[in-house]
Design a protein around this ligand. Structure first.
Ligand code: AN7
Length: 313
């Protein structure tokens, strides 16, 4: 079982892989400004690449539901940050209208160039396994752009004859925000949006994924699956990864590994499978959720005696 840590990217999440391509395309197409709606990471990444490109950035965030580190990044890198009194799905509708009305370049994952960049996660995973294709790739699913992009990249590799098998693409959502899981489990022809998604993993608090059709195709064609995990399972896995493996990720990212645990226990995933979990964002993205789970530091006077007593030594 491998965790591919996307928190190592410049802005601390996998979004950079697509955003560098998306912003480069915006410049090539002569666009004068760029925008996105975001649960946080997309906005942080767009702010970073927009700053370097010297192009104005507008980001729409669902008010009160974006992790602190992500808002800090969007603000510090100079984006115009708008806090919407509504959830992500509403913010996305609004930014789509805005972009259409004002000729602004939309950089949500409806943008095909972003998904082209995100394909590299799959290429890199195989490269890092010395050319071997994992049996399964497990990703947290929000707008479903990433899992669809990785699938697209790997299908292309296989069509070009570089690999001779495909990993079972497996999507994990949060219990309170699981429209894709429902569609897979109930074998629906399409994803039915959820009106009020809710989860501690705010990154994937998305009820109407824009890449719904693509994710159903990716999961079904690769004989993968989808399942949900509870907020408790997400947070427990965030702590386990941090404390047993030294892997610091944000809650949405822990969802993929928590999903593996659940599916192994349910007998859906075989213990012999070689699995790559994509852990999508860094622990520092959401310090508030971390602090809430941990006991505060032990206060101590600046003497050896107090230190020994604090350490109970
Ligand atoms: C850490 O930033 O949608 O299924 O607006 O930040 O491709 O949407 C973030 C999504 C997983 C889900 N893990 O990826 C946004 C946004 C983390 C994320 C996802 C996101 P998609």
């Amino acid at each position: 079982l491998y965790a591919k840590h996307e928190g190592m990217n410049p802005s601390g999440s996998f979004k950079d892989r697509g955003m560098t391509v998306g912003v480069s395309m915006a410049l090539q197409l002569g666009m004068k400004s760029v925008a996105c709606a975001s649960t946080g990471n997309t906005s942080a990444s767009l702010a970073v690449y927009g700053a370097k490109a010297g192009i104005p950035v507008i980001v729409l965030l669902p008010s009160g539901k974006v992790a602190l580190g992500k808002v800090a990044q969007a603000l510090m890198h100079g984006a115009k940050v708008i806090s919407i009194n509504g959830n992500f799905d509403r913010a996305l509708e609004m930014v789509r209208d805005l972009c259409e009305t004002k000729g602004i370049y939309l950089l949500n994952s409806v943008n095909p160039y972003r998904l082209e960049g995100q394909k590299t996660i799959g290429f890199e995973a195989i490269d890092q396994l010395n050319g071997e294709v994992p049996d399964r790739m497990v990703l947290p699913v929000g707008n479903a752009g990433n899992i669809s992009a990785v699938y697209k990249g790997l299908i292309e590799l296989s069509e070009l004859g570089f690999v001779d098998k495909m990993p079972m693409m497996t999507g994990i959502q949060a219990e309170g925000s699981q429209p894709v899981v429902r569609a897979i489990k109930e074998n629906l022809p399409e994803v039915i949006p959820e009106g009020s998604p809710e989860t501690v993993a705010t990154a994937i608090r998305i009820g109407a994924p824009v890449n719904a059709e693509k994710v159903l195709h990716a999961i079904r064609m690769s004989k993968g699956t989808a399942d949900f995990v509870t907020d408790e399972e997400i947070l427990a896995m965030q702590r386990d990864l941090a404390q047993k493996e030294g892997i610091g990720v944000e809650p949405a990212s822990a969802a993929s590994v928590a999903g593996v645990k659940k599916l192994v226990e349910a007998g859906v995933i075989d213990r012999d499978e070689r699995i790559v979990c994509v852990v999508t964002g860094h622990l520092l993205k959401d310090p508030e959720t971390v602090i809430k789970q941990c006991a505060p530091p032990i206060e101590c006077d600046a003497t050896l005696e107090s230190l020994l007593s604090a350490l109970q030594l």
